[in-house]
Design a protein around this ligand. Sequence first.
Ligand code: MG
Length: 338
Amino acid sequence: MPKDEKIVLGIESTAHTFGVGIASSTGKILANVNSVYTPKSGGIHPREAAQHHSQIAPEIIKEAFKVSGVSPSQLEGIAFSAGPGMGPCLRVGATIARALSLRLNIPLISVNHGVAHIEIGRLTTRCRDPVVLYVAGGNTLIASYKDGRYRIFGETLDIAAGNCLDVFGIKACIGTMPNPEIRAREGKKFYYLPYKVKGMDVSFSGILTTALKLLKEGARLEDVCYSLIETVFSMLTEVTERALAFTEKNEVLIVGGLSRSVRLREMVEEMVKLHDARLMIVPQEYAGDNGAMIAWTGVLQLLTNQTVTVEESRVKPRFRLDEVELMWFERVWDITYS
Ligand code: MG
């Protein structure tokens, strides 16, 4: 280990995932151990998910130390996901992070979950200054860096794109993504669903209602899946294209759980080519919520002295991406490109 290398442990617990990652200031991910709570039926119940997190936590933390070969005394910071997310879930991660920080007497780092999705994307794809499409079960937004922050160019006005597809899958008894997308490949007939792009913002709740109604009225499942997938992804592609044209940047980065979708990648890729830009996609293991992204963003914040006291470490269920000042934005290039 180089003498000035700094190692940070990061804890993710905004929703269904409890994850612990360990990252170093040389840009290495030393551990990424995650456990996903799956509800027996329906959506995530915040209290049940929080219970899962507190039960599994000791095991996941031990495993992260084991995988990384790092000992607690080598750590120089403890990072945690402060939001956005579900209060009960967030508090589990924050409480553990505070305890570790006090016990080891090292700085505590409060990380924005969305910023972390972007930073792990930048680290692992080596892109510099992309237009970011962040699509997941709980979040949908288009953001890009300007004047010290990730600015939100567009976002969902109601439910997240991933939530729309997952809820449809559950109600249609085929399960969550990628199942609706797989069924869509057998679709032939296209139904017009309410395509709602308002400025740079998108809305998916009307699409979900209409798709479920079609199904109830006897439309073929595969056809509804096909119409749903094409409509939702076209909307995401359209707003990403607008942000790309507006910012005149030359990279698009897709992060979040839905970045695994083959069809979404295809559509965005086609659009990106027309603009002579490059498409980057976060690697699978860092697509969904994970501890590594929190650890890595923790490293960046530690290097730029963005730490908090225990008193300042309250969780923020509505923590917005654009609240965070990115002191490290350009500095990270020295680390990841060297
Ligand atoms: Mg997420």
